[in-house]
Design a protein around this ligand. Structure first.
Ligand code: HEC
Length: 101
């Protein structure tokens, strides 16, 4: 019985990603991005990129580069500096989940 329980627990641990993204939390946090990147990740102007439907891993990478200063932009860098690792994962999952149509 004890072994069965242990097997069940380890199966659960294996099936649960270590840092599962929280899309709802990402959506809430993305309110601060909507002014430039659009309410649904489609930007209203040519100078701001669309984020909807972009690959999650790519978004995480770009946000971390803006935050570290490896990628610089006067509008984007301060935005990224306000984000935690968790925010970055959640926001990226949110934008990746949106349709780019
Ligand atoms: C004041 C306007 C503004 C706000 C607000 C803003 N951004 Fe940006 N964002 C930009 C601009 C401009 C660029 C293009 C930067 C460049 O040319 O390198 C950009 C680029 C990006 C990129 C890179 C896209 C790519 O294709 O490489 C990501 C990801 C991004 N923004 C995410 C966010 C997130 C997440 C937020 C909210 C926390 C946010 N932005 C808020 C203006 C903004």
């Amino acid at each position: 019985m004890k072994i069965l329980l242990m097997a069940a627990v380890s199966a659960l641990v294996l099936l649960t990603p270590a840092h599962a993204a929280d899309i709802a939390a990402g959506k809430a946090k993305a309110a601060m991005c909507a002014g430039c990147h659009g309410g649904a990740g489609i930007s209203p102007t040519p100078i701001w990129p669309n984020l909807a439907g972009q690959k999650e891993q790519y978004l995480v990478h770009q946000l971390k580069m803006f935050r570290s200063g490896e990628r610089k932009n006067s509008q984007m860098s301060p935005m990224a500096m306000a984000l935690t690792d968790e925010d970055i994962v959640n926001i990226s999952a949110y934008y990746a989940s949106l349709s780019c149509q």
